[in-house]
Design a protein around this ligand. Sequence first.
Ligand code: ADP
Ligand code: MG
Length: 595
Amino acid sequence: MIFGKYVNKFYLKYWYHFVFGIIFLVVIDLAALYVPDYLGNVVSIFSNPDRANDLATFWTGDMSDVNSYAHFIMSLVVIGAVIFTGRIGWRLAINNLGVRVETDLRSMLFEHAEKLSVTYYNNQKTGALMSYFNNDLEAIKNSFTEGVIFLIDGVVLGSLAIIKLFQLNWKLALVAVVPLLLVGMAGGIIGKAISKKYDKQLSAFEKMSDFSQENFSGIAVVKAFVREGHQMLEFAKHNKRSEDTNIAYIKLGIMLETIIDMLIYVVLIIIFLGGGYLAIYDPVFDVGNLTEFIGYFDLLIWPMIALAYLINIISEARAALKKISVFLDAPIDLKDVEVANDKEPAPITGDICFNGLNFLYPDGKNRVLSNINLHIHAGENIGIVGRTGSGKSTLVKVLLKIYNIDRGMILFDGKDINDIPAKVLRDNIGYVAQNAFLFSDLVSKNISFGKPNITPEEITQAASFACIDGSIRQFKDGYRTLVGEKGTTLSGGQRQRIAMARAVVKDPTILILDDSVSAVDSETEIKILENIRRLRKNKSTFIVSSRISSIQSLDHIIVMDKGQIIGYGTHAELMKTCELYKFIVKAQELEEEEK
Ligand SMILES: Nc1ncnc2c1ncn2[C@@H]1O[C@H](COP(=O)(O)OP(=O)(O)O)[C@@H](O)[C@H]1O
Ligand SMILES: [Mg+2]
């Protein structure tokens, strides 16, 4: 059981799980407490010559006689049944509670993760993010399952057993309980050390799996640089570290168990000695009482250990909750406006105004775009060229509203980008990023990603637009081919074209192709450009490309250099006015001739 901003509400929301879980646990604890009592009674009857009468009625008496065999057996059956059903009850209640809390928290995390900006992710390691969803969530869940069980067992069963021990004989109870408290303390202290070792082992394991994951992703690079041997050595180091930390963890666990076992046996010896003495010399303490005493002592061992574990469960859960809270508290730094439900959003036509736009990435130091002034009319096809790093990708990315833009700098149909809900804007834009990322899913699912409820015909149409339909049909499973992680089973050009199909499938008002045909052969490129002309009449398309052939026939071409627009016009105009453009054209002509 832990408390904190993001978990408190679960106590209210799932109160019935708590209440029923706790009731069942308490009932079982109470039932368990009867067993030593009954056993002690029977032993008393059997061992005490003064109770010969009782012994006779023990066999013959009926159930109403508390000292009868029948009553004894019946009681055990009832206790057994109570414990049996109680266990099913708490397991259902508590485990359900754990799973629900975990699922709710996971949804909360994912929802928040989806809202966080791209910038946030640029500064995060995927491994750390994943651990919120795995280890940290697990630790918090444990505090709701084991945490509740250990707390109830520890407190209820523990205190009841102690009371019973003291009722039987307070002196003997004192010598039995005090060392047992030591067991609890030892458990607490060593348990802390164990969880530290566990953390170390976990992080060693994470590092090892990070390493292997990266190795697999970059296997082509590893091979190209003949670094297999080096990778193996590195892996061996990680593996050894994982082994060492694991063994250290196991050793400490064995040590704790041994210490607990030893202490318990020592206490048992003390009880036998002291209790034996009492059974002989104390007139009111017989062998039956000793049996009962040992029974309660046995019941007390688990609560002590449970409380010790509880301390660790709580401290691990607190640490996990702290980490998760930091994540959940991370501000959603993109300013957005709500989509108005009552009226249709004004259509986005593709009329875009850049008004002295200056832009720097939130985590960057230098201006990436400066003083961009441009008016793009609806339905225009725009090419963007320039050297690498000149800001071409940035210029199209700012249109997607994934970064905050100062007011008045970008207007769609005269309306400030800050006043248009991101959803409305992005619904109207088809974006093919420079690195065509695909999900490890079916080809068809990848294409329909932005518009899940579409017909197979729409999917093939989009694929035909991107000139990839033919290739997909040649795959063994056609549109049902599974794309490997990061699309490794596809060529770069195929990946780019599937990503393009994903963008055009929603027939967006504005289509952005960021270097999306760089890996496509020139013949196919011509076909794609032809499709854009034919099928995207009256719709805007931005084509970022380092190849002049992709853009020279477009309505207007933007030439970028060092974050500024240094040329704007048609191909023919730019050949006259823009030195850099001329230079790029000449350089590519030379390249062509060399081929
Ligand atoms: N996410 C980012 N965060 C910070 N700086 C970035 C980011 N993306 C690009 N940059 C920087 O912005 C500049 C322009 O990059 P980019 O728009 O990708 O150029 P281009 O597409 O013309 O090659 C580069 O100097 C690059 O280092
Ligand atoms: Mg780029």
